[in-house]
Design a binder for this molecule. Structure first.
Ligand code: 4AD
Ligand code: MG
Length: 449
């Protein structure tokens, strides 16, 4: 039995509370004996009663061990319990006397797996972030960290479900690559046998562009790497990216798919992670407003607006973190900033037919200061223009021949986008620094544990 399933039983019980069977259900539930296995998350004792907070992986429950309910030997054994003792508890599920709908376990028996000899390093006192990050292998057990990973899992599941519903298939792109996808300044290189240098993928985009010519709509999902020197709350050197790509889809169609995906994910988290969001003290009323359509403004409009708000940004610049925060300050929904100057965007983005200095790319900026969560664009599908871009950017032409081939054999208008999983989870969970959203963060100054 798992704590999560106890909650389900409880829900069934409360749904049926107006029916004739309710009293029978309540009794059956109260008398039911269950066994739970997990770890002692917290405990306190008051003379003849021991209160244990049990974490079984799926949730948390208070377990009450009374001296009168167990043998003398067991009672003495119970006194040895410390934080993170691994344990099996058997008992009856009862409703909390003062909090209707909250269930507890009245323990009748228990078995200890291991009682830690050394004191658990993460205690009740406040620890600094460096200490917690050094102890990430243990910190993962803390309630907030537990909740963040459950939200992350729900975001991943919702992503797969959304794309399969929309006729995408998953295509796995390689991690070791001979070339750069997102500019050459943030590449991690490794020696690759007799073939020279290989680079860790910055995004699977170029590869899934090849796959859409076979499958129409595809997505990938995997670790990506950026040797970013940025030490900000939004940058990791290893993070997870989901790239999606669609044949016969233009820039507008691309943004519609993005807002539908994000709305779907947020709703799924609201539906399935209420408990987690409560632990995280997330203002769910903000999340409830995240519904398509999202806002849209051009880069030129964004710059004007920001200048009016006091920013020093010019029409040639990328948005800084503060600009992103300012831009969505009074918006309930994320905002697409579209049609960027070509000089500050990647070589593969398609030119705007209306203004040759712009590209048909968009960044999706989240609300509440969480910044850019998605980058996307319509792709250049013209062989000659793309070739010229590769030459102008001084990219190694040989390594991009295969990519150019896609514009030779049945080229089609196509678009795609990529989200950064940690930024998305950080926004939905309301976490300030994205290092908490990945199980084992990698940053310029951190490679351990
Ligand atoms: O905007 P980016 O660089 O776009 C691409 O890589 C495209 N090839 C995606 C595509 O069109 N298929 O990165 C996509 C997203 C960003 O919006 C951001 O959320 C996240 O990846 N991201 C990072 N997350 C954490 N740490 C970093 N250093 C990140 N760099 C980008
Ligand atoms: Mg970007």
């Amino acid at each position: 039995m798992f704590i999560k399933d106890l909650a389900k039983q409880k829900d069934q019980f409360s749904d049926a509370s107006s029916s004739a069977e309710a009293t029978v259900d309540k009794k059956a539930m109260a008398d039911k004996e269950v066994t739970l296995k997990g770890w002692v998350y917290n405990f306190r004792s008051s003379g003849k009663i021991f209160f244990l907070q049990l974490r079984d992986g799926t949730g948390f429950i208070q377990c009450i061990l009374s001296k009168s309910e167990v043998s003398e030997k067991k009672w003495i054994e119970a006194q040895t319990i410390v934080l993170e003792t691994s344990i099996e508890l058997t008992g009856r599920v009862v409703e909390h006397p003062k909090q209707p709908g909250v269930f507890e376990l009245q323990v009748t028996d228990f078995k200890l797996y291991q009682v830690p000899v050394e004191e658990y390093p993460i205690g009740k006192k406040d620890h600094g972030p460096e200490f917690l990050l050094d102890n990430r292998h243990l910190w993962l057990r803390s309630k907030r960290q537990w909740a963040i990973q459950r939200v992350r899992d729900e975001v991943i599941r919702a992503t797969y479900d959304f794309f399969h519903k929309e006729n995408f298939i998953k295509i796995d792109s390689p991690i070791l690559t001979p070339n750069a996808c997102e500019g050459t300044t943030t590449l991690f290189g490794v020696d690759y046998f007799d073939l020279g240098r290989a680079y860790l993928s910055q995004s699977g985009q170029l590869y899934i562009e090849a796959a859409i010519m076979a499958h129409g709509r595809v997505f990938d999902f995997g670790p990506t790497f950026r040797a970013e020197k940025s030490k900000t709350r939004r940058h990791l050197t290893e993070f997870w990216m989901m790239d999606a790509e669609m044949a016969f889809c233009d820039h507008k169609c691309n943004m519609i798919m993005q807002e539908n995906l994000i709305s779907f994910i947020v709703k799924r988290v609201l539906d399935n992670c209420q408990n987690e969001l409560k632990i995280l003290e997330r203002d769910v009323s903000r999340l409830e407003k995240i519904k398509a359509p999202f806002g849209r403004m051009t880069h030129t409009e964004a710059v004007k607006k920001l200048q009016a708000l006091g920013s020093k940004i010019t029409v040639k610049d990328d948005l800084g973190a503060e600009d992103e925060t300012l831009l969505t300050e009074n918006s309930d929904v994320p905002i697409f900033v579209e049609k960027w100057p070509k000089g500050i965007k990647a070589f593969y983005m398609k030119r705007d037919p209306v203004d040759d200095n712009l590209v048909l790319g968009s960044d999706l900026i989240a609300t509440e200061g969480h910044g850019e969560i998605i980058g996307g664009s319509q792709r250049e599908d013209d062989y000659e223009i793309l070739k010229q871009r590769i030459i102008d950017e001084k990219l190694p032409f040989k390594e991009f021949e295969w990519y150019l081939d896609l514009r030779k054999y049945g080229s089609v208008p196509h678009s795609g986008f990529g989200y950064g999983l940690e930024r998305l989870v950080g926004w939905i969970s309301g976490i300030h620094h994205i290092r908490e959203t990945i199980p084992f963060p990698r940053m310029i100054n951190r490679l351990k544990p």
